[in-house]
Design a protein around this ligand. Structure first.
Ligand SMILES: *Cc1c(COP(=O)(O)O)cnc(C)c1O
Length: 548
């Protein structure tokens, strides 16, 4: 039996233990490399899951009575990771990036010293990286870094939750002790991330008081409808508390107009002499496109094509207003190319976070000492992963230009995908045509494209549901072969009116999300061919036009 002590890195830096650790890491990396195949989207063959896959695991799992040697543990892990999705060139599903090398190195650094960002006494490097990253990203969105305050948290979801806590604390500083008033209302478009739904539930606001604001043709929030619904709420005795402006929706990459939303909200609250509504720009997905705010469009140093410049300018026209929001978020583990979980929440007025802080008496074992000056008692987490180190390393390694190149490449590949879909698949509509970015949503029809009709509320509910069903069939078929090309899909691009029904109906569409640094134009061609083949397959191998 081995000594328990041998399960730890050395305390003195001796070469023997160092080598042992490096060898295990080397085995992990080299064996995983041996599984790689650029023409597959998984590490080796995907595992077949029988109907009892997890049931058997439940029945068979137990803790070994004496420990296994580390090399066997590594073997076990390497067996388990077989068939794992991997972000090769044909990987185009939701924003799950390949973790970049600086991202990995940052994460390794934090785990090697097991840094706990709760307090700078426990994580001096985490605190330092967090302060630096928050300041860098504040500058990027146009916040004053001397006033703003940010910290890393549990995902874009955590940022949404914290922003809602902050909104409550600002209007109702006593709610912490006394609980919430029962008449608070939140507003968002149907494209907002479901993090908000969970947050209104968990804060006790209640999901009935999350008001869905209609969208415009480009899937962004309709400010006129926002105004109408805010006034409706006020007239009923409600208090408008919070608006989620989704800046880059998860499915269609629609970028809500933060400036127009802010002006609309302020106009209403001024008129009714109410407190200002808190606006969270949910930029978890899209925030990284702020890297194009300061691009020199005249001299065009990265030589983008005219078409690309147009796309980037359209994005900039919206992203440049992020700073008008009270808080923003960056999911580094999406377009920032870091490992999970690394999200940054950033509040414009850092002092507001003190409203959420605990008293000295309530945190007996941390903070409030003569040593250590950075204690994050205002976070919902207690212990926190120092993911800031990974973000910091990635920002250093990519630089503004690195991000601009990569994110522009995603836009370019996506543009090409759209062109090919239009050319090769006449029975498909691109339903987020007006949203430049890394995402295309394509909806297929039995024969003629009916998107115009559907989006204008002229299709019957039966017609819409039939088309949804066809698209669902396509998702299933594409999904089975995801080892070759890994695409995404969504069952709620947006809600449309049906001509013969009072309720709004969700629209289904397939999703191409350019997220692999290895994808090239020719891969996009193959992906479109792949989609074409699957469409033919689901309609019985016949030509679609013939079939219908
Ligand atoms: C992904 C996403 C979230 C949730 O983020 P997690 O990091 O998965 O918790 C929230 N909002 C938007 C707009 C997102 O795209």
């Amino acid at each position: 039996m081995h000594k328990v002590k041998s399960l730890f890195p050395s305390e003195d830096g001796n070469l023997q233990q160092q080598e042992q650790l490096l060898k295990l890491i080397e085995k992990l990396v080299s064996t995983m490399d041996s599984y790689k195949d650029p023409n597959k989207t998984s590490l080796g063959a995907m595992k077949e899951q029988g109907s009892h896959f997890y049931k058997e695991m439940v029945e068979q799992s137990e803790i070994p009575s004496s420990g296994e040697p580390l090399s066997e543990v590594v073997d076990d892990l390497l067996e388990m990771v077989k068939g794992h999705p991997y972000q090769t060139r044909k990987y185009a599903t939701n924003a799950i990036p390949m973790a970049s090398i600086p991202g990995l190195l940052g994460m390794l650094t934090t785990t090697l010293v097991n840094s706990n960002s709760l307090w700078d006494v426990y994580s001096p490097i985490g605190a330092e990286a967090e302060v630096k990253v928050a300041s860098m990203m504040a500058n990027l969105v146009g916040y004053n870094p001397k006033k703003s305050l940010g910290y890393t948290t549990w995902g874009g979801q955590g940022a949404v939750f914290t922003s809602l806590r902050l909104a409550i604390a600002k209007q109702f500083p006593n709610a912490k002790e006394k609980g919430l008033p029962q008449n608070l209302y939140c507003f968002a478009s149907p494209g907002a991330h479901y993090s908000l739904l969970k947050s209104v539930e968990a804060t006790g606001i209640g999901s009935n008081q999350l008001i869905s604001v209609n969208t415009k043709k480009d899937h962004t929030m309709d400010e006129e409808d926002l105004k109408r619904k805010m006034i409706e709420v006020i007239n009923k005795g409600g208090v408008p508390l919070y608006i989620a402006a989704t800046t880059g929706t998860t499915d269609s990459f629609a970028i809500d107009h933060v400036k127009a939303i802010k002006e609309t909200a302020d106009e209403v609250t001024n008129q009714y002499e109410l407190n200002r509504v808190f606006i969270h720009a949910d930029s978890a997905m899209g925030g990284f496109y702020s890297f194009f705010n300061e691009y020199d469009y005249d001299n065009n140093p990265l030589s983008f094509s005219g078409e690309m410049l147009n796309e980037l300018l359209t994005i900039k026209a919206r992203m440049q207003h992020l700073h008008m929001a009270d808080s923003v978020c960056f999911d580094f583990h999406k377009l920032g190319q870091t490992p999970y979980v690394s999200s940054l929440f950033l509040a414009k007025e850092g002092k507001d976070l003190s409203l959420l802080d605990l008293k000295e008496f309530d945190t007996p074992y941390v903070g409030n000492r003569g040593y250590g000056s950075y204690h994050t008692g205002y976070t919902l987490e207690c212990s926190r992963m120092a993911s800031s180190i990974s973000m910091y390393a990635t920002l250093l390694a990519f630089g503004t230009e690195g991000y601009q190149k990569l994110l522009a490449k995603y836009v370019e590949l996506n543009l090409y995908f759209r062109q090919l879909i239009e050319k090769k698949i006449p029975q498909a509509a691109i339903v987020n045509q007006e949203n430049p970015g890394p995402i295309t949503l394509f909806r297929i029809y039995p024969s003629d494209v009916m998107w115009e009709k559907e989006s204008h509320g002229e299709s019957t509910i039966d017609e819409i549901l039939k088309v949804n069903q066809l698209n669902d069939q396509l998702f299933e078929s594409l999904g089975k072969d995801r080892e070759q090309v890994f695409l995404g899909d969504t069952k709620k691009v947006c809600l449309v009116k049906a001509a013969d029904h009072h309720e709004h109906v969700p629209i289904y569409a397939g999703k191409f999300f350019s997220i692999s640094p290895y994808t090239q134009l020719e891969d996009v061609e193959e992906m479109v061919d792949f989609i074409e083949r699957h469409i033919k397959k689901i309609v019985g191998g016949k030509d679609l036009a013939v079939q219908y």
